[in-house]
Design a protein around this ligand. Structure first.
Ligand SMILES: *Cc1c(COP(=O)(O)O)cnc(C)c1O
Length: 342
């Protein structure tokens, strides 16, 4: 029997997951004894701070944390997330209705279209972007309409250039600021334009804010939920992965419009059984220690960024000037593609 012939189209037609490909290449070269500095996937090399690891050790021993978790996240976890959103962004959220725990934001993103996309529906996805947005739309049977991110627009989509029949039929739009991979930040004015556009056309907005705490300049990124009207059609996903160097732990949350959160909750309730309660307990502790840990980490990223950007500039490589995320978006010299240059 040819198993390959039996695989579903959604698997067969999938572009190769670039990061898996890179991992394989890096492993090959390392096996030959080469010391590789990975400039690939954004996975922090700084360990999870010990105060969080210690909290996890205590949490994992408690029998009450060893049973099936709450589907939506423990109330303690959701309350801590709401309190952090209030302190950080001055947004008031009801922890019971407007917050849901995720097993990493990738999980939330991947499941989200199942709640809103019927086969043939359209979703607006930035290009370039985190591959999960487009793949999850495709898995749900939807069509992706790409929104190019151009330097002249500071790597934000130009809503005016989206054909009106596409805008009219689009059900959902993904946004991500600070942006992977361009490092661009978004202004309040941009978010206002996005909400106005979404509101006019009845489009649900999912803002992926995985890098909201990774910035090395003066201006802290804002939340889309701070924009007036946003709570009528938007949710925002926040992850502990980059903020606390917890990529392996798989914990994040979505916040915003209660009906959208409930719809995502319905999908999740039928697919997974929630995030491990002990990890949620450690995540509560992570938020409690935010002020003691995160500013120091930002300082490390600032120093590293300056080293890399200065060296690239000296080598004559033009870098997009941004102080958001831990990515550097540089122009490939004339005569190369990004692949051939790398
Ligand atoms: C790293 C990253 C995430 C975080 O994913 P988790 O599943 O929470 O680890 C989400 N979105 C983008 C764009 C990222 O780069």
């Amino acid at each position: 029997m040819q198993i390959k012939d039996k695989t579903a189209r959604r698997i067969r037609e999938l572009p190769p997951y670039l990061f898996a490909d890179l991992d394989r290449k890096v492993a090959e070269v390392r096996a030959r004894g080469v010391d590789v500095i990975s400039l690939g996937v954004g996975d922090p090399d700084i360990p999870t701070p010990s105060y969080i690891v210690e909290a996890m050790k205590r949490a994992v021993e408690k029998p009450e944390n060893q049973v099936y978790p709450s589907y939506l996240g423990s109330l303690d976890f959701r309350k801590a997330c709401a309190a952090w959103m209030k302190k950080r962004f001055h947004v008031d959220l009801d922890p019971e209705k407007e917050i849901i725990a995720l097993i990493g934001s990738k999980e939330g993103i991947a499941h989200f279209p199942l709640a809103f996309i019927n086969p043939g529906d359209t979703a607006l996805v930035p290009e370039p972007s985190y591959p999960v947005y487009a793949t999850s739309v495709t898995f749900a049977g939807g069509n992706v309409h790409w929104m190019p991110l151009k330097e002249e627009k500071n790597f934000t989509p130009d809503f005016a250039s989206i054909p009106s029949n596409v805008a009219q039929n689009a059900k959902l739009m993904f946004l991500n600021y600070p942006n992977n991979p361009t490092s661009a930040g978004a202004s309040k004015e941009f978010f206002e334009k996005a909400i106005e556009f979404a509101s006019k056309h009845g489009i649900i907005v999912v803002h992926d804010a995985a890098y909201s705490e990774i910035y090395t300049g003066e201006d802290a990124p804002i939340s889309i939920l701070q924009i007036s009207g946003a709570r009528e059609m938007a949710i925002e996903m926040h992850s502990f992965s980059k903020t606390f160097n917890m990529t392996g732990w798989r914990i994040a949350f979505a916040a915003g419009n209660a009906e959208i959160i409930a719809a995502l909750g319905k999908v999740k309730t039928n697919i997974d059984s929630g995030a491990f309660t002990a990890i949620q307990e450690a995540a509560v502790e992570a938020l409690r220690g935010y002020d003691d840990f995160v500013p120091g980490m930002r300082e490390i990223y600032r120093r590293r960024r300056d080293v890399l950007v200065n060296a690239l500039n000296k080598a004559g490589i033009e870098v997009y000037p941004s102080r958001y995320t831990f990515y550097v978006w540089a122009k490939v010299p004339e005569g190369f593609s990004s692949m051939s240059f790398a």
